[in-house]
Write a protein that binds this ligand. Structure first.
Ligand code: CA
Length: 233
């Protein structure tokens, strides 16, 4: 049995919540962070989670990284097409981070700057890489992770679902261990709360999803914040 907690909040500054998240049985988790003018971001992130749910319901298990990637590609086509037909939605896009647990394996697929983390034996690591301009700078050694968190261009993505016809999806699998805690989150958490505090909350809170959202709000809540926490027995 996996213990699952989820929470989303509009934050303290924004008028709309452009994040979307979903828990799909069995043991599959999706977060999406939409972008675009007016309500376009909400449309894109909701289309992403709806498309993934629908696609997986028709796919045989295990929902491995290939199937998860196919679901993201399908969402990419659908979002692009909808934007083509609706000028007011043009330019919309969304991040997509999906984790599926099955038979002792973790499968994931990812586009954008939402994140998948793993807490294992008190070791807390980001599994996904951000597809963002500032992450490129970090990898090139031009700025530090700390500088990236407050960089004026931190919101600029180099990959987003529904923004361009060709996207590159990061996808892989690895073995799950008893006691693993997975966190999927949007950048409204990670831009507001340091990794060290996130790990501490995951280890100590009775409802870690609510506690992480509270921490983001206490730190200013400048963005929508969404989290899914899945703790493996
Ligand atoms: Ca965001």
């Amino acid at each position: 049995m996996t213990k699952v907690f989820q929470a989303t909040h509009v934050g303290k500054v924004r008028a709309n919540n452009e994040d979307a998240l979903i828990v799909i049985e069995p043991e599959t988790f999706v977060v999406a962070d939409g972008m675009g003018g007016a309500s376009a971001g909400e449309v894109a992130s909701q289309m992403l989670v709806d498309t993934v749910k629908n696609f997986l319901s028709k796919s045989p298990a295990p929902w491995d990284e290939k199937i998860l990637s196919q679901a993201i590609l399908l969402a990419n086509d659908k979002i692009l097409n909808r934007a083509r037909l609706n000028p007011e939605l043009r330019g919309m896009g969304t991040t997509a981070t999906i984790l599926s647990l099955d038979g002792g394996k973790a499968y994931f697929a990812h586009v954008g700057d939402s994140r998948l983390y793993l807490l294992r034996n008190k070791y807390f690591a980001q599994i996904t890489e951000d597809h963002s301009y500032v992450e490129t700078l970090v990898r090139q050694g031009e700025i530090t992770h700390e500088e990236a968190r407050i960089h004026p261009m931190k919101n600029v993505l180099i990959q987003a679902v529904g923004a361009v016809p060709e996207i590159e999806i990061d996808a892989a699998n690895f073995s799950v261990q008893s006691g693993d805690i997975f966190l999927l989150c949007t950048d409204g958490l990670t831009n507001m709360v340091e990794d060290e505090l996130i790990a501490k909350i995951l280890l100590s809170a009775s409802n870690p999803a609510d506690a992480l959202v509270d921490a983001a709000l206490e730190a200013g809540g400048k963005d929508n914040v969404s989290v899914i926490v899945a703790g493996v027995d």
